[in-house]
Design a protein around this ligand. Structure first.
Ligand SMILES: Cc1ncc(C[n+]2csc(CCOP(=O)(O)OP(=O)(O)O)c2C)c(N)n1
Ligand SMILES: [Mg+2]
Length: 334
């Protein structure tokens, strides 16, 4: 039993510094997100996918990842996760603007294919639901090489769980009880298609039963709930306990991408009701409530995040595009 008189972050062993850093990172992610939409209007960022609303799900999981050791197989929505693991605003803006300094691909991949060798973030595929297979392959490799104390973690939306490749991935993980964690960021929509038209059960997590692993549901806008569940799942994976399917219930606050008009399939009232549950507001309120930060501290964090994004935008904008002579680099071999 947990003692309700002890603050949640203390129960989870999280320090004040970790909370402040996470809040700053979530604000930074939102500020990059804001900037990407403007850059798309200017014709500089050609494709934008939002992470707004998903920040707690991604930062909560990041706390449970041993960055640079565990392998992370994200999807296009995971910009906040990339920041939480150690990428910078400049990395992401360079990626979005297709510049040479982009760590994901040197400016060759479309936005949303986050990757970093240093951080063991594996480049995903745009084919929805196909990349969990890569995470399962990695977990199988850890097993084959006798590596312990390591896990793979993969992320996807609820729409992805309707894809054949997703079922093959989770099936193999269940059969071999592999060290892999499947994280569903359930935001209720696959672009314009509501969950009720593609997932035959109310909770994606219940699918886990058919694949021989626990399915866990958390409030994905509550960073502490996400961390507690992700930590347990990663711990189980690292210690031979097998895979987990973790469902984080959340909501994307913006259209699917810069090519989408969300007002064609959902209402402004619905979006507003989720704005009230904005994960950044929630973590700020927690810090204030527990006397860990003042309003002035929170405003300072916000100002610094905005300044970091302004500077990163300027640097990325001025940076060179990749040289045509590098067109065939990294395609085959090294
Ligand atoms: C195999 C495949 N089908 C369709 C698409 C087009 N598409 C891109 S994102 C997306 C929605 C996926 O929704 P979900 O898995 O819930 O993730 P979300 O975008 O909501 O985070 C679709 C249908 C695609 N990229 N790949
Ligand atoms: Mg979705």
């Amino acid at each position: 039993m947990t003692d309700p008189t002890i603050a949640r972050h203390t129960q989870l062993g999280l320090t004040h510094d970790q909370l402040t850093r996470a809040l700053y990172g979530m604000m930074l992610s939102r500020a990059v997100d804001d900037r990407l939409w403007l850059l798309s209007r200017q014709g500089k960022a050609h494709f934008v996918i939002t992470a707004a609303g998903h920040e707690a799900a991604q930062f909560g999981c990041a706390w449970a990842i041993n960055a640079g050791h565990d392998y992370v197989v994200p999807y296009y929505r995971d910009m906040a996760l990339s920041l939480a693991l150690g990428q910078s605003a400049l990395d992401l803006l360079s990626h979005a603007l297709g510049k040479q300094g982009d760590p994901a691909s040197g400016g060759r991949q479309m936005y949303g294919h986050f990757s970093s060798r240093r951080l063991r973030i594996v480049s995903g595929s745009s084919s929805v639901g196909s990349h969990p297979i890569h995470a399962v392959g990695l977990a199988l490799a850890f097993r084959a090489k006798g590596e312990t104390d390591i896990a793979a973690i993969t992320f996807f939306g609820e729409g992805a769980t309707a894809e054949g490749a997703w079922h093959e991935a989770i099936n193999v993980a269940g059969i071999h009880q592999l060290p892999v964690v499947f994280v569903c960021e359930n935001n209720q929509y696959a672009i314009s298609v509501h969950q009720s038209k593609e997932v035959p059960v109310p909770d994606v997590a219940t699918k886990a039963a058919g694949y021989g692993m626990p399915g866990v549901i958390v409030d994905g806008n509550d960073i502490f709930a996400v961390y507690a569940a992700a930590r347990e799942a990663m711990q189980r994976a690292r210690t031979g306990g097998g895979p987990t399917l973790l469902e984080c219930k959340t909501y994307r606050l913006r259209p699917h991408s810069n090519a989408d008009n969300d007002m064609k399939y959902r209402t402004a009232e619905e979006v507003e009701s989720w704005r009230q549950r904005d994960p950044i507001r929630r973590l700020s309120a927690y810090l204030l409530e527990h006397g860990l930060s003042t309003e002035a501290d929170i405003t300072t964090l916000q100002t610094h995040a905005q300044a970091e994004v302004d500077q990163a935008t300027q640097l990325a904008d001025q940076a060179p595009f990749p040289s045509p002579s590098t067109l065939f680099d990294h395609l085959y071999g090294e």
